[in-house]
Design a binder for this molecule. Sequence first.
Ligand code: BGC
Length: 717
Amino acid sequence: MTSARVIDLVSRMTPDEKLGQLQIIFRPRPDDAAALVRRGLGAVFWPRSSAATNALQRVAVEETRLGIPLLVGLDVVHGQRTIAPVPLAQAATFDPPLVEALAALAAAEARSGGATMTFSPMVDVSRDPRWGRVVEGFGEDVHLTATMGRAMVRGYQGDDLSAPGAIAATVKHFVAYGQPEGGRDYNAVDASPHRLRNVHLESFRAAVDAGAAAVMASFNTVAGVPMHANHTLLTGVLKEEWGFAGVVVGDADGVRNLLPHRVAADLADAVRLAYDAGLDIEMGGAPWDLDPADLAVIDPARLDDAVARVLSLKEALGVFDTPYVDEHAEITTPDAASRALARRAAARATVLLRNDGTLPLKAPRHLLLTGPYAESTDHLGAWTQSFGAPAGSIADALRERLPQTEVRVAGGTGFFDGSDDDISAARAAAQECDVVVVCVGEPSTLTGEAASRSDLRLPGRQEDLIRAVAGTGIPIVVVLENGRPLVVADWIDDVSAVLEAWQAAAAIVDVLLGAVNPAGRLPMSFPRSVGQVPIDYAHETTGRPATVRGSLAAESQDIGLHGPDNVQEKFTSKYLDLDLGPQFAFGHGTGYATFAHAAPQLSRPTITLGELEAGGTLTVSVEVANTAERAGDEVVQVYVEDLVASIAPPVRRLVAFDRRTLDPDETHRFSFALGREQLGFWLTDAATARFVVEPGVFRLHVGSTLESTQAVELVVE
Ligand code: BGC
């Protein structure tokens, strides 16, 4: 419902004032910014202090005819002052309340400086680690992405956008941006209605349901139609079908980009297409660059609708009544509690990929630290504003925590370079130590926007370094700091333990020393080779699944424990030169404790379609015992396998998960409610999309990773 204030304002605005409200200008210089606001600019991308932001708001409120305050937008992606792990690492925590708490902290810090809107969360499901932006999202899985996206929206917005600690969330990038051809950023997407509905749209639907204030259009085309000109998806699905009453924001220069996309002949055409499609705020200033004679390109009713949406958001944010923030209350430095939260998140995000018992380290006398991250203090990851403070180095932390150990550093290589001599020196140093910790990965410049890679191995000579020290026979621990799944096939079998720490280093030393027991799980599969990409566990089964002697066809595909030597048939879906499946599947991760799972149980073996339609649920549960001598977290995952459906279903699909700490000898029954949402899928044809549950047998796979699930069958009648 549009308020009386907004209706009144819209009725009094000139066309030029209306256009001003529909643009956000990116990082203007302070002098330019004031002039733009005097001219009527409604929104600004403005990474500045509370004093500078208040000063700019004052221009809007006091020096413009209608005194409409500004929207102040920023990419607060994983923290403002307190830098949390990158979103992909947050997904690896499998801990939505933690993600919500991190977003609430980011919102409080950002709003205290005057920002009112963040361009986050990114909920683009992606199965292509070549795409550098996977670091900004929650990985390959629809349910995990939807769950984390919802949690972030709740964290940013709370219950009341006008509260001092709340900012408007912008869910991005709508839609299918995570599936660019060849993994190359901005590239074309050709997604069927089936793929759109069952994969790409779901996480946006969840975030919109959670009340997200804004949605950002993506740079890609979908089936030839650039998203900034895509009426079917922006208006048809988002605004009309889902009833989204918030604001559709364009991505940076996305409207101008309609020219090189070759769907617009000139800027006026581009602006017309975008507003006809359903855009509300353009990012970059294209409307103001139009010839005044062309301003009428935007349909008057559409123009008023867009302006009303923007003003309604400002009203919800409370900025009409309270445009300024208290400069004394600006949070400029993280306090102890914020730092502890970020550190807890980093600890929960680490994924122990493999361990032969070398970890946790047992007070070695001589420890060698090598690799480009050994002494680096750049552990913040892609997408931080200039506000975050650098972290300490792993070398310093280890020296402090292991006073009895001689901690030597022989850098070995940089990220991209390294001489044979440097590598030999690291190898020689390794021979004099009891254990080697190799800190390798990607620098943050290799991840994020416009950072696609065609090779997923460690860059430069880092693999040479690992192989050189591994050849000594000394136990080797590899710590990975990276923002995407990597191909690790050429060295993984030569080392004792591998810890995936993402771009979130705060907790590495705690995990190495055993103060933290790692229990993160992979939010994206690690391929064996870049040639397998795109790759995900939830793929459809083919008509000719590669089978492994003596096992069930569909089960072997997604797990990847078996080599082509075992594969039974020639004319099956596989690569001749690769083992089946990924190196590490989605959901993989181990730890220092061990758990015993009883057989999963259903509260009832059957349920009717009628009961499901009426909101009925059943429970699947499993009893889990900690059989270790130390406390640890278990992450129980529930996957659905639909045995026969009217479309080829995914081999398995995550529908629920829970992470919980169990003390030694403690037993806990993990329980999950399953209903229509978990058992159904979208049926699409050219004109319609319907969410359906079909009768039949469903196998529920429950366990701590895909490799270790146990199944129970449910019949839907
Ligand atoms: C990115 C968006 C981001 C915007 C503003 C664009 O290039 O695609 O994700 O929010 O810039 O920084």
